[in-house]
Design a protein around this ligand. Structure first.
Ligand SMILES: [Zn+2]
Length: 512
């Protein structure tokens, strides 16, 4: 009975269009839980599966091969078989991963002596990181009610992302003299003039020559002082390139086997020798989380996203680890007989260990005496102790829901050319703004208003039917959210085909 329910649940969403599947679920803490491939012929090693479990929740990342992939979830006495079908994306628009080394250097990145800092290790860390972000994005699109769309990565025959090693014409000394935008401009030009150029790709590139040099050994007191001590560092995304330094790449996992301990690596960063870019948390795991989140944030800019107050395009990217981990002490939805309201004290204990966590607990996890337990209806209270519930959606874990694409970002991505099957015959006529109205021959889907610094102010979305052909733009419709003394707005309009207009509009030119 239980197995039938689980299988039926999986059949609904068994086809996946990115190669790293995410599954989460609730289990009873008395059960031993593990997962394995059904077919031995695949000969996938055990370390290729990531499983992390708290006392009640678990999360799994499963690498998929093209076609059917059969697994068995073992939980206590239960064996639950399920199947996931991976169909590779055929979107011609894709993200190309690049690791940049200088012409007079072997391309090793800065790392503690015990870490493998070779070029191939860098590529492994970058490839897995990109895949984690790809899976994260698909899951987060689902949470907002969209299909599980995500960006496409080039894959090798084992469905692992390809990371190109690019040798720059610069020496290390020349490259380390460039800062911020100058680094971005140089490598945008160099990549666009190289054999890696492809008009259908956006580059996600990492600089091997980032070096933190603290010769005085004085611990920096803030992040600005950290940045003063690092050369060849940048985190900048725009147009066709997201470019990042590698000062904390040594904290990234090289493979799925490492992922669990990397996200739990509580060691403090040695700030006398290594860059601390951890959102002021100072640990290896936090550097990994900030690094992954910042990478997605910068990639988001290449997908035309601006800054939002919360979420990935705000400073929420620091907390991307929450999607991949379980919060244990606050998760107690399986208390059967005396469902307790989780006390603030127990949460505070956890929060003290993991700084910057907002004051959010698990109180709203479905209590066991409800008719609904993790999405399975009609499970009686007596069945609950044996129940293990699974979902290919990330809706179960509220801890995960603290990290997200903000709404207008998700709407824009849903129609973006890099997130849909691109057809060269698709119309390319941009939406327009004239005479106090926005127009589009192909249906306006999103109108987003940003301030002069590209910070989100407000948006309107039109998801029904074919969208709007025409939309009046009157100041009176903006009065509730328009900041005082605003003289200029950036207006972004996306149509059904992902044609995106970005226009600076003076408020003087809009009617009341
Ligand atoms: Zn930004």
């Amino acid at each position: 009975m239980l197995e039938n329910k689980l299988n039926r649940n999986f059949l609904k969403e068994s086809e996946i269009f990115h190669p790293l599947a995410f599954i989460e679920g609730i289990h009873n803490d008395l059960l031993d839980i593990r997962i394995e491939r059904k077919e031995q012929t695949h000969s996938i090693k055990r370390e290729d599966i990531y499983l992390t479990a708290g006392s009640t929740h678990f999360k799994v990342l499963l690498p998929l091969k093209c076609g059917d992939n059969s697994f068995i979830l073992h939980c206590g006495k239960h064996e639950i078989p399920f199947n996931l079908k991976y169909t590779a994306s055929v979107n011609k628009k894709f993200v190309r991963l690049v690791y940049i080394k200088c012409k007079d250097d072997d391309g090793q990145f800065q790392a503690p002596s015990e870490e493998n800092n070779s070029v191939s290790s860098a590529c492994s860390r970058i490839s897995l990181g990109a895949q984690l972000l790809q899976t994260f994005t698909a899951e987060k699109m689902k949470e907002q009610g969209f299909p599980a769309k995500t960006f496409h990565l080039e894959e090798d025959e084992n469905n692992k992302p390809i990371c190109y090693v690019f040798t720059s014409s610069l020496t290390v000394l020349e490259a380390q003299q460039l800062k911020g935008e100058a680094l971005w401009s140089h490598f945008a030009k160099e990549l666009m003039n190289s054999s890696l150029r492809n008009d259908n790709c956006k580059f996600l590139a990492f600089l091997s020559f980032t070096r933190y040099q603290n010769s005085n050994g004085i611990i920096p007191s803030n992040h600005s002082e950290v940045l003063d001590l690092v050369k060849g560092h940048v985190a900048l995304g725009a147009s066709g390139l997201a470019l990042l330094g590698t000062g904390c790449l040594h904290t990234w996992a090289q493979n799925l086997e490492e992922l669990k301990w990397r996200f739990n690596d509580n060691r403090k960063i040695n700030k006398k020798e290594l860059m601390d870019d951890s959102g002021l948390r100072g640990t290896h795991w936090a550097c990994y989380s900030t690094g992954l989140g910042a990478t997605l944030h910068e990639l988001g800019h290449t997908f035309d996203l601006g800054h939002s107050t919360y979420g990935i395009m705000g400073r929420g990217f620091d907390d991307i680890y929450k999607f991949f981990t379980v919060q244990d002490k606050c998760c107690q939805p399986n208390v059967q007989d005396d469902m307790k309201v989780i006390s603030k004290t127990s949460c505070t204990e956890v929060h003290n260990q993991v700084p910057l966590i907002k004051n959010l607990c698990w109180e709203t996890v479905t209590p066991p005496d409800s008719n609904t337990v993790a999405g399975f209806h009609g499970v009686s209270k007596s069945d609950y102790r044996d129940l293990v519930s699974l979902s290919t959606s990330s809706a179960i874990c509220q801890w995960s829901q603290e990290i997200f694409w903000s709404r207008s970002c998700a709407v824009l991505l849903n129609f973006h050319k890099w997130f849909n099957l691109f057809n060269p015959k698709d119309p390319t006529l941009l939406p327009n703004i004239s005479s106090n109205k926005a127009t589009s021959a192909h249906g306006i889907r999103l109108v987003e208003f940003r301030d002069k610094d590209s910070n989100y102010l407000h948006h309107w979305e039109f998801l029904r039917g074919d969208g709007l052909r025409e939309l009046p733009l009157h100041l009176s419709d903006m009065s509730s959210w328009l900041p005082e003394n605003t003289s200029m707005l950036k207006i972004i309009i996306a149509d059904s085909y992902g044609n995106i207009l970005k226009r600076d509009v003076s408020l003087k030119n809009l009617d009341v």
